[in-house]
Write a protein that binds this ligand. Structure first.
Ligand SMILES: [Cu+2]
Length: 191
């Protein structure tokens, strides 16, 4: 147990220093210790981060802190979102890598129609942004490529989620007619 804690602590330290220009806050976050508050330190590029680090002194409670301070989704394979227009449902079948660190993400998403059947031949486009920072990424849009093996499943390749913090990935879907819909995933990346 002790050993495990220690290694998490070290990981947090590295993670935070990887956040860039964040040494002081990252330090505070790391002291939050062995858990979620380390994430807060890395993710908040602004002054408030130190305060989070301080709160994180709870040590063992760090994990809980991370969960409730985050406004991200908790990833699990198949994470499902019903479209804003109730036309389509999207399942995030797979994220590579798992949503945690910054980097280039490739997602497999399955789109279901109102009857729950895979919806084929759609235009599927993702737009990652960071709402709290008012920016997106490059390229701005990523077009989904439908799988030949698994119709109704679309591949969104190499989305560059380059910065710690909350990313919103908006997926817009349009079919032949005027059937269109959108879903949003939020993931809070550590760095
Ligand atoms: Cu940002």
């Amino acid at each position: 147990m002790r050993l495990h804690y220690f290694s998490v602590f070290i990981l947090m330290l590295f993670g935070c220093s990887g956040g860039g220009g964040e040494t002081e806050h990252g330090h505070g976050g790391a002291h939050g210790g062995a858990g979620g508050h380390g994430g807060a330190g890395a993710h908040d590029g602004h002054g408030g981060a130190g305060a989070h680090g301080g709160v994180g002194g709870h040590g063992g409670m760090g994990g809980h802190g991370g969960m409730h301070q985050s406004n991200g989704d908790t990833y699990s394979p198949g994470l499902e979102k019903v479209g804003a227009m109730d036309v389509y449902t999207v399942r995030l079948l797979e994220s590579e890598p798992l949503p945690r660190d910054t980097g280039k993400y490739t997602w497999q998403v399955q789109v279901l129609d109102a009857d729950g059947n895979p919806a084929t031949g759609l235009m599927v486009q993702a737009e990652p942004t960071m709402p709290a920072h008012g920016h997106g990424t490059m390229p701005q849009f990523t077009d989904g490529v439908e799988s030949e093996d698994s119709p109704g499943t679309y591949l969104l390749s190499e989305m560059d989620l380059f910065m710690p913090g909350v990313w919103m990935v908006t997926i817009r879907i349009s079919g032949d007619g005027d059937e269109s819909d959108m879903v949003m995933y939020h993931f809070d990346l550590e760095g």
